[in-house]
Design a protein around this ligand. Sequence first.
Ligand SMILES: Nc1nc2c(c(=O)[nH]1)N[C@H]1C(S)=C(S)[C@@H](COP(=O)(O)OP(=O)(O)OC[C@H]3O[C@@H](n4cnc5c(=O)[nH]c(N)nc54)[C@H](O)[C@@H]3O)O[C@H]1N2
Ligand SMILES: Nc1nc2c(c(=O)[nH]1)N[C@H]1C(S)=C(S)[C@@H](COP(=O)(O)OP(=O)(O)OC[C@H]3O[C@@H](n4cnc5c(=O)[nH]c(N)nc54)[C@H](O)[C@@H]3O)O[C@H]1N2
Ligand SMILES: [Mo]
Length: 662
Amino acid sequence: MLINVDEAGHGSRLRGNPDHPVTQGFLCGKVARYLEREYSPDRLLHPLRRVGAKGEGRFERISWDAALDAVAEGLTKAATEFGPEAILPYSYAGTMGYLNGSGMDRRFFHRLGASRLDRTICSSTGAAGMTEALGVRYAMDTEHFRHSKLIIAWGANILGTNVHLWPFVVEARRNGARFYVIDPRQNRTGRVADRHYAIRPGTDAALALAMMHVITAEGLEDRDYVDRHTLGFDELKERVKAWDPRRAAEATGLDAEDIVALAREYATTRPAAIRLNYGVQRSERGAMSVRTIALLPALTGAWKDLGGGVQLSTSAAFHVNRAALERADLQMASALGREARLVNMSQLGDALSKLDEPPVKAMVVYNSNPAAIAPDQNAVRRGLRRDDLFTVVIEHFQTDTADFADIVLPATTFLEHTDLYMAYGHYHLQLARPALPAPGETLPNTEIFRRLAARMGFTESCFQDSDDDMIRSLLTGGHPFIDGITLEDLDQKKSIRLKLPEPFLPFAEGGFGTVSGKCEFRAASLDYEAPIESRGGDQALAKRYPLELITPKNDDSMNSTFGFRAETDVQTSVLVMHPLDAASRGIRSGDQVRLRNDRGQCLLRAEVAETVAVGVVSSPSVRWPKMASGGNSVNMLTSQRLADAGGSPAFYNCLVEAERLD
Ligand SMILES: Nc1nc2c(c(=O)[nH]1)N[C@H]1C(S)=C(S)[C@@H](COP(=O)(O)OP(=O)(O)OC[C@H]3O[C@@H](n4cnc5c(=O)[nH]c(N)nc54)[C@H](O)[C@@H]3O)O[C@H]1N2
Ligand SMILES: Nc1nc2c(c(=O)[nH]1)N[C@H]1C(S)=C(S)[C@@H](COP(=O)(O)OP(=O)(O)OC[C@H]3O[C@@H](n4cnc5c(=O)[nH]c(N)nc54)[C@H](O)[C@@H]3O)O[C@H]1N2
Ligand SMILES: [Mo]
């Protein structure tokens, strides 16, 4: 990214770097407007102490000294009375910089002996599915999509959430590629596709199994690739015999003929690329769905081709030395003296109310807004409201979560601090130096945890490491993909492509991360079952709550990061529903609608459209509940039920009923 900075240190014209091979000089719509956020009059500039009730949002300004003392005292009290595991860090994707996302903070909590957070809220289910299929999560190179002749966006809203892939899709289409979208709603991307397949939420594994059925029954597999680089083809062929496209049609809501045609076209078009994104895995069957989809290119040999294969995330290729950064070994020097327990962030509601031995007594939240983004908000908020819970929130803004804090600490933005960034949409390692002065008394997360470590009396030398020291330790470890990249190079070039074999075709010659080195189908464990919260699942539940709610990303905001804006609140107050579902409930476009289930309710504004199938409703997320009428959000409705593996929430399997408000 580039920015102009005047003599007074004021920034303007935030823009993409035209020399970057992937982003090519443009920013996504949300970050293009980041300076509004940077210079918002609502930025937190000073440490605060709560003076009102939890959640009420009344605070007074205090000094950094007083704030650090209060935090040290609160954490020490919890640790002394209940053991250090009574302390829970809570952080996720506010920044994806290594240092401010998982640097000094991790060292601090490890040395403390605090509970470890299982960071599952986004992608760990998909990661589990990919790993099961491939043994390692390597993926297609973004820059290779330009060579594809068939691109399938599978639960991937490319134009909304991953716009930097789009120019490569456009280039491929200009050269004759077809572009299909598989998604329960027709989003921005689906509208401009050659074909949109309106699949029912959580049923993707059934579609992938039926595609395997067609491919193997018709002998469309790549014999050579299958023989040399896979294991278990014959068992697979047997197993998917049961997945006649008519059966998959019943589960997915698609036409059987369309499934047959899609399978044939996928198997016979070269190169064929699948852009699989995280929408698919936010479901009760998420890991199985991702796994079966990720097995498809091994059947057809698509991995051999420039422009063939699957891409979920590119992050697994960033082989930096995280152990040196995070220092999990410090747990041994903690009062706990062993590896601390793991607490799943997706079940925060339960963690705050049900965890025992010890209960959670103190929580430090940074880079995350759990009072907006975590599922089952009523449970989460019951926990956050507890008077015996000491809560620290490190933030840019006074979020819903910050309203529940005892102490709020003001943080710098990515424009104001040093960090090193991996990517999950390309293969470039990137360094950012501060471009703008830190306003008020804001500090980087790294510095806040450095100071906290000093307050707690931690004397290990790693707590004196500078940000540059931490970057240098990340670049050690000697993996060939990062070998030879230095901080000096990064300072000079800012963005450096990983030292991948070129072209990067990770599985062209096998090389899977399995013991055998082959892609193992392990057919006996491939299966599909309807999600419990779906029309094919728990029938008693589906009778009371007949609508399947999905809450995918809002195109023009970033999780809850832009939730302070009134226009984001307007965008995230929409509920799209099919005309038939609307008519049977007397709902018209523009009506106020109450969505409800046993977990809670949410008020939204109806938009009646055929962009969702009958029985599916969709609302873009994630809003700030405190900005909304009634103080709610779709996450009042979502559940703490986890996906089938990897521990992520099944955000997109959520049964509800809708009624018009008069
Ligand atoms: N504009 C914008 N961009 C973002 C973000 C944002 O909030 N806003 N967030 C960032 C983050 S944290 C992430 S993880 C990525 C996520 O990027 P994506 O995975 O692309 O985003 P999602 O909206 O989670 O899901 C993508 C699509 O999957 C569809 N979907 C839902 N359920 C199913 C299903 O069962 N099967 C199939 N086939 N499709 C389904 C949704 O309707 C949606 O259109 O985006 C990043 N980029
Ligand atoms: N219903 C529903 N819920 C969802 C999702 C969905 O699709 N539907 N998506 C899920 C997904 S994929 C994700 S990744 C999560 C995202 O959930 P979070 O990781 O909580 O992400 P954000 O909502 O963007 O909130 C991040 C917060 O971090 C703060 N922040 C940013 N940079 C810094 C920094 O350098 N220092 C500090 N201290 N703070 C910083 C921002 O001000 C912001 O308030 O939400 C999940 N929740
Ligand atoms: Mo995410």
